[in-house]
Each structure stands twice: as C-alpha cells, then as structure tokens.
Design a protein around this ligand. Structure first.
Ligand SMILES: Nc1ncnc2c1ncn2[C@@H]1O[C@H](COP(=O)(O)OP(=O)(O)OP(=O)(O)O)[C@@H](O)[C@H]1O
Length: 115
C-alpha cells in the first residue's frame, strides 16, 4: 500500500515540473480514440500501446533525472548539462518511435479513408 501511496505522490511531483506531460496524455487519449474508430487489430493495438507507454515512462524518468540534477546543483555545470541533454535525447527517441509507429499503423487507414 505504501508503494501505491508514494507512486501517486509522484503524479503530483511530475505535473509540478513537467508541463509537457499533460500534452503527452492528451495525444495518447486522441490516439486511443482513433484506435477504436479504426478498429485496430490486436497487433496494431500492441504497438500503439507500447509506443504510448514508452513515451510516458521515458518522460517520467526524464523528469525524475531533472529533479535529481537540480538537487545536486543549481549552478551551471557541464555534467549537469550532459545528464539533462542525454535524458532529453531518450525522450526524443521514444517520441520518434511513437511517431513512426503511428504513421505505420494509421497512415494507410487515413489514405484509404480519404481516397
Ligand atoms: N545546472 C545546469 N547546468 C548546465 N546546463 C543546464 C543546467 N540545467 C539545465 N541545463 C540545460 O538546460 C536544458 C533545459 O533544462 P531544464 O531543467 O530547463 O529542462 P526542461 O526545459 O524542463 O526540460 P524538459 O523540456 O525536458 O522538461 C538542459 O537540457 C541543459 O542543456
């Protein structure tokens, strides 16, 4: 029960620092609605769900790392920059995976719908 309590406390900490997270959630919701509208099959759902979770989890870990770096130093430091920049790169890669997955799954369906 304690683990749940701490995890839920993490939601508040996440939204306090990460202003992009609500945007990620909105996109995830929109993609899920589209998935139902296009009646995705099981494999397509698996890829879409994995893309959503990878982006959200990476963004959460990125925020966690930013908190940690800010705890260690408020001053400019090259290593702090490296830590935050490499973490941001992980988010970018996760987002790229999600965009590629979304295009592969939805683009043929959208083309079929509008042609
Ligand atoms: N203490 C620091 N020392 C050196 N560079 C820093 C430091 N803090 C932040 N930076 C640089 O500023 C960038 C943005 O850092 P910041 O903490 O503002 O993240 P953010 O804009 O909140 O990131 P995100 O958009 O992923 O939430 C970092 O990627 C890094 O290049």
């Amino acid at each position: 029960m304690k683990r749940f309590k701490y995890a839920f406390a993490g939601i508040k900490a996440l939204f306090e620092k990460d202003f992009h997270f609500a945007g990620h959630l909105m996109i995830a919701l929109a993609v899920t609605v589209m998935g139902f509208l296009f009646s995705l099959n099981a494999v397509e759902w698996l890829f879409i769900i994995s893309a959503i979770f990878i982006v959200l989890i990476t963004e959460i870990i990125n925020t966690s790392l930013e908190y940690t770096v800010d705890l260690v130093t408020a001053d400019y430091h090259e290593l702090a920059k490296y830590a935050k920049d490499t973490s941001a790169l992980a988010v970018l890669l996760a987002a790229s995976y999600a965009v590629i997955t979304g295009l592969i799954v939805f683009l043929p369906k959208l083309i079929e719908l509008f042609t």
